[in-house]
Design a protein around this ligand. Sequence first.
Ligand code: GAF
Length: 370
Amino acid sequence: MRVVEAFRAAFGADPQTVWRAPGRVNLIGEHTDYNDGFVLPFAVPWGVTAAVTPRADRTVRLLSLQSPGEPVTLATHEEAKGWTRYVVGVLAMLGDRVAGADIAIDGDVPQGAGLSSSAALEVSVAAALNDLHQLGMTPMELALLGQKAENDFVGMPCGIMDQAASALSEEGRALFLDCRSLASRTIPLDLAAHGLSILIIDTQVHHEHAGGEYAKRRAECESAARKLGVPALRDVTDLAGALERLSGAERKRTMHVVTENHRVEALIGLLRAGAVTEIGALLNASHLSLRDQYEVSSPELDLAVEAALKGGARGARMTGGGFGGSAVALVADDRLQSVQDSVSAAYAERGFQAPRFLPATPARGAHRLA
Ligand code: GAF
């Protein structure tokens, strides 16, 4: 394993453990996690591998095969910059339960595609430290730790979906998570049996203001819930009545969140009935709601969805936080080429940067490699 070789070359000994955690795509349930709602992501085959040995002092020595050069040595948590914040954030959240560590990282999550490489990084390191220090944390506790590192250390007010998908997913299955109770269950997603694939369309665009817009959406939802006198938008039962009491952005955000939760439940119903071929309409409705009510799509994502449908996809939607990143399309295997051709041609015509296509096969969550 090349991460072990890199660890040995930099730190002069073998790592005591090696863990891998994957990135994710979300099938449906977007911007519902921080509204205490439902999500249905699955892990992708790409992820982050962390080779780790604990240290007795509080120093962290870090290297990444994706950032060539000498290992970064951090004596205090405040020195962490860039990608190192996700790792040091996890150590910081573990507090006195751990001291320092030597860590080598290798990742193959396509960068900028919105497939949660940061959650994969947090969960791989958290799982390795949990193992080494015998902390006895469950996969969900590891996910919560990663989320806390991102919220409190990195300063991104994300929900629990990405870390939970990375920690709890199972091969060939999607993860249904109730983001309030944190109860979860995996559901078979046997696409191949139906001659179907989920195609990731990476727009290769990532808008700089995404972080600020995310925090703004979250604040709008919280404000709408306060006005409606409910703990979270998940608790809205009378949508029509709620919409009458709201206006502007808060009205639109509420419309999206409440209907998106229903779409997750409807999609699960179809999967349970073995009707995976029928989920396309829900994916399309989710995209329109994210575009028009939640206002987190982008011209590139809209075009990816539109052209994928024109090329014969059964359904398509943006996935993840939005403002760039990727779309997912449900495609019959014999239409894969025509969908890709349709999206590529539409992008070329609009003068957009060529998109990248990736096949999404539901993969296994965090696990130990050595
Ligand atoms: C990002 C966040 F990190 C998730 O918690 C989730 O809110 C998602 O955007 C939108 O569904 O990936």
